[in-house]
Design a protein around this ligand. Structure first.
Ligand SMILES: [Mg+2]
Length: 257
């Protein structure tokens, strides 16, 4: 056999080997891969979705494995972007409302973590991983240093300037926190609202839904038309006379029953 014939045979052998390997490779079915274990951030995303959709109720603390997740959500930009998005929805709705000239077109706004923010305080409570501390929260509220929730002051001003009567309705105790809350709102630029309604002794011990429903019902009985209602808690938006539309702001840090 001459060299040329040997080379030809070697070449043919390689081609056959290649074809054999190719055929094997294409005929093998891929093994199903086991799904990777669920990461904390994936769990926490599911948890937050359940919280925001009112699927999770009565929860007392943020799961400890979601500490960093909630921290990142709250201070990493997504919280503010979510609020901006909701503000856009509110404005596109509000702009289409034909106000009457009787001065009875109203909006209801919650106060804590709707108009003014407790994020700084909740940072010291590991963004809700620590249980609610009523005396700690009261001490924080008494500083009067809650900053405006980003984006919400602009929305508030637009509602007021459009001619709506804006009622600020809060579960804060009137006797102890009335003055400082009024000052805090004023300092942050919330001026021009119709009334700040705080919890009086009549509503002491009542759930947020019962208390806020009563407040709204009284406004409706006075003739106000509640076009919209904004809050960071579902209990701001449930019950009676909730308004023509409700808008839920995000809050994965605590649950108010
Ligand atoms: Mg609130």
């Amino acid at each position: 056999m001459n060299i040329r014939a040997m080379m030809k045979r070697t070449h043919e052998a390689f081609v056959l080997l290649f074809l054999a390997l190719l055929s094997k490779a294409t005929s093998v079915k891929p093994c199903p891969r086991p799904s990777p274990p669920q990461s904390d951030s994936s769990f926490c995303l599911s948890w937050r979705l359940a919280v925001e959709t009112n699927t999770m109720r009565g929860w007392r603390t943020v799961p400890i494995q979601c500490f960093r997740y909630v921290e990142t959500y709250m201070i990493g930009g997504q919280y503010e972007r979510d609020i901006d998005f909701i503000v856009g929805q509110v404005l596109s709705y509000a702009i289409g409302i034909a106000l009457s000239d009787d001065g009875m077109d109203a909006w209801i706004l919650d106060v804590d973590d709707t108009c003014i923010s407790n994020l700084f305080y909740y940072k010291s409570k590991r963004y809700g991983c620590d249980p609610f501390d009523s005396s700690g929260f009261k001490a924080w509220a008494m500083t009067g240093g809650c900053p405006a929730v980003p984006g919400m002051l602009g929305l508030f001003s637009k509602l007021v300037n459009s001619g709506f009567k804006v009622f600020m309705v809060t579960g804060r105790d009137e006797a102890t926190l009335g003055q400082i809350t009024t000052a805090n709102l004023h300092d942050q630029g919330f001026v021009g609202y119709e009334r700040l309604i705080l919890r009086t002794p009549v509503y002491k011990g009542q759930s947020a839904v019962v208390y806020k429903s009563n407040v709204r019902r009284q406004l409706v009985e006075q003739g106000y038309r509640i076009w919209g209602n904004i809050g960071d808690q579902w209990t701001d938006l449930q019950g009676d006379c909730v308004g023509n539309r409700t808008f839920k702001l995000p809050n994965p840090m605590y649950f108010v029953p």
